[in-house]
Design a protein around this ligand. Structure first.
Ligand SMILES: C[S@@+](CC[C@H](N)C(=O)[O-])C[C@H]1O[C@@H](n2cnc3c(N)ncnc32)[C@H](O)[C@@H]1O
Length: 278
């Protein structure tokens, strides 16, 4: 009994791994078993379930598939992110994309999609970079559509509340302009200013769904550090579905450890991990 409680068997792990791969595209090789075991303990506790075996049975039951899957993915997905992560993309935004958009004077808002937005650091960084570019002059408006598979991270993105250490490396002038300190000095938290929070629309979306219920004609799509969790055919399918939502001439960003090598998509490389829709 005790053994069963403390260990997720290989058979049960493989069942879960297959379920997660089918539903979310995420690859979970056996090397991740220990990590998954650790992450799932929270779910056992939340459901007052004593053993991993019982938990797996519950997940596969009709009610489990309806109710638990969504919470399981919250703990299984890796949500690592940061403000100004992979800064060369934001430099490119400031130096190339935003000046071009300003010059075009389309009169339309700049439409951006952060397609695996995690807890919001990526979309808020984009908003800060645009605000810094515009310097308070409302030459054009912008919107940032934010999606992720995990409901838990989306809640955090909507709240825009972060521990102080998350913004330790953010330049002081940026902190002052875009983050509000808690009135309670005991609390080491900051909150994104409401003007930026308003720019985000936050929705749950599974990138492996056949149809994306999102707006279209995006000018820029960020798809960073999520494809690494998918196998090649899933990557190709996701990239093509995202590309359909990008306007011709729109810009597509991948994470720095990701590439389009061996993938057929209507995207032309501008520089490493930066592409244009053709
Ligand atoms: C490592 S984070 C990357 C966050 C951000 N893009 C960045 O680069 O800092 C990966 C995110 O992808 C999300 N994710 C994983 N599988 C997904 C899927 N099938 N559909 C949508 N989002 C997914 C996870 O929940 C997680 O928040």
């Amino acid at each position: 009994m005790r053994d069963k409680l403390e260990r997720l068997t290989e058979v049960d792990f493989n069942k879960l791994s297959k379920l997660i791969n089918t539903n979310y595209g995420i690859k979970l090789p056996i090397s991740k078993k220990l990590m998954i075991e650790g992450r799932l303990r929270k779910r056992l506790k939340a459901n007052s379930i004593d053993t991993f075996n019982e938990y797996v049975e519950y997940v596969f039951s009709d009610i489990g598939l309806k109710k638990e899957l969504v919470h399981m993915i919250d703990v299984v997905s890796t949500n690592k992110t940061d403000f100004f992560r992979e800064p060369s993309h934001f430099d490119y935004l400031t130096q190339e994309i935003l000046p071009k958009f300003l010059k075009e004077k389309s009169g339309k808002p700049l439409k951006i999609w952060s397609s695996a937005c995690s807890t919001g650091e990526e979309p808020y960084t984009i908003a800060i970079v645009i605000e810094e570019f515009l310097k308070g002059i409302r030459s054009f408006d912008y919107t940032i559509h934010c999606t992720d598979i995990s409901t838990q991270v989306l809640k955090k993105a909507v709240d825009g509340i972060y521990n102080l250490e998350r913004i330790e490396k953010v330049p002081i002038d940026i902190k002052r302009k875009y983050f509000l300190k808690s009135k309670d000095p005991q609390k080491n938290i900051v909150r994104i200013i409401p003007e930026l929070r308003k720019k985000l629309t936050v929705r749950r979306l599974n990138l492996i769904d056949d149809l994306y219920k999102t707006p279209h004609d995006f000018d820029i799509i960020f798809c960073r550090n999520v494809l690494i969790y998918f196998d090649k055919p899933t990557q190709e399918s996701v990239i093509n579905k995202l590309s359909k939502k990008l306007r011709t001439g729109g810009i597509f960003f991948l994470g720095h450890s990701e590439s389009l090598t061996g993938i057929k998509a209507p995207l032309k490389s501008l520089k490493p991990t930066t592409f244009v829709k053709i």
